[in-house]
Design a protein around this ligand. Structure first.
Ligand code: NDP
Ligand code: X2W
Length: 337
């Protein structure tokens, strides 16, 4: 068995990782860490996450940062389900050792440290790790992921957006004079477990936020190679993201060309489902799938694509497992179907 541990096990994506790893045929979950001083330290997992009662026979451990080097020599894989700052600070002790690292945070996704600093609000101190980090968009970067030691698992909105846009950008079908427009809505679990007024279920009413300045804009732009207008919305539901993207395509692109590109990229990708009707969040919530459907106005060259994922799974934990499967030479869908 491949020995794994999770750091940040008391959070929402931590809980999803626990569920996936304990049911995985090849990975064993050997430790669950929380931060030093966490109210959830030294507790059975079933008491931290009641839905995991009687499923995971583990007690959370308060992480001592001095133990990180030893942990990186002990485990085969370490999943960081921690805030960006914690992942950033701990990466140096963890990387370059036996363990393959899968970081769910945004700390190692942006290669340009100036852009990183302006969107994340703190200085990037680990450019050496950054330059070796592989972006874990599993359907597009599988070859690089297979040989990676450190995987930066994509953000939730970027996963939904990039899976929809990349077949068009890779084919050079986008009209360069018109930026793709992404409107996306996330459930409140996207904001993590820590309570806050802006994300409290009672306070939330469908609303745009982060307009023309969300930190996922540079991530999406870098990995699809075109500038976009990205507008996230927060909706009053627990989990899921629906991203609807409008793209103007170059003259001469036909409906059949679009069909051919989506099929070429996703027909053999088990975690992406090309649907025959508009995706719904209920169809993907609590699953590891991304559902995609599109319609093209050939006369006016506007393509509208809709993409739905579960933010905590395909947008975080199950994509991390897809990456780990690839690193350990398994089919990407192992343990996810
Ligand atoms: N929620 C989502 O939809 C997605 C989240 N992500 C990213 O994944 C990571 C985890 O997100 P999520 O599970 O939602 O977040 P949560 O807030 O639900 O959980 C974060 C975890 O990290 C621990 N933690 C908090 N502060 C620190 C700290 N300073 N040092 C160490 N550990 C700390 C938390 O609590 P404790 O104090 O008990 O240790 C908890 O276990 C984040 O980087 C997030 O941006 C990525 C994609 C989607
Ligand atoms: C609803 C909500 O607040 N969503 C978060 C994105 C989810 C997330 O955690 O982003 P990363 O994948 O980059 O870590 C946000 O807008 O910042």
């Amino acid at each position: 068995m491949i020995s794994t541990c999770i750091i940040g096990a008391s959070g929402y994506t931590g809980a999803e990782l626990i569920k996936l790893i304990i049911h995985h045929p090849l990975f064993s979950l050997d430790a669950c860490y929380v931060s030093n001083g966490s109210a959830d330290s030294n507790k059975p997992i079933g008491s931290v996450h009641p839905q995991l009662s009687a499923q995971a026979d583990l007690v959370t451990i308060a992480l001592n940062p001095e133990d990180l080097v030893q942990m990186a020599e002990k485990f085969d894989a370490i999943f960081l389900a921690t805030p960006h700052e914690a992942s950033h600070d701990w990466a140096a002790a963890l990387s370059g050792k036996k363990a393959k690292i899968f970081d769910l945070s945004g700390a190692f996704r942006l290669q340009d440290t100036q852009v990183f600093e302006s969107f994340y609000g703190f200085k990037h101190e680990h450019t050496d790790i950054l330059s070796n980090a592989v972006y874990g968009l599993a359907e597009w970067h599988a070859d690089a992921i297979k040989t990676a030691n450190f995987v930066a698992v994509p953000g939730c909105y970027p996963t939904a957006s990039l899976l929809a846009i990349k077949p068009m950008t890779e084919a050079d079908f986008i009209d360069p004079s018109v930026r793709p427009v992404i409107n996306a809505t996330s459930g409140v679990s996207g904001a993590g477990r820590k309570p806050s007024m802006t994300t409290s279920y009672y306070e939330v009413s469908l609303q745009a936020y982060g307009v023309l300045g969300h930190r996922h804009t540079p991530e999406i732009e870098y990995y699809c190679g075109t500038q976009v207008i990205f507008t996230p919305h927060l909706g009053q539901f627990k989990r899921g993201i629906l991203a609807t993207i409008t793209m103007r395509l170059r003259e001469g692109v036909k409906t059949s060309d679009i069909q051919q590109r989506y099929e070429q990229h996703y027909a053999n990708q088990p975690m992406v489902r090309l649907r025959d009707s508009w995706p719904k969040i209920d169809d993907v919530a609590n699953t590891s799938f991304c559902d995609i459907y599109w319609k093209f106005d050939e006369d006016n060259r506007y393509l509208v694509v809709s993409s739905a994922i579960d933010n905590l799974l395909k947008g975080a934990a199950s994509q991390a497992i897809q990456c780990a499967n690839l690193v350990f030479n398994q089919p990407t869908e192992t343990g996810l179907l």
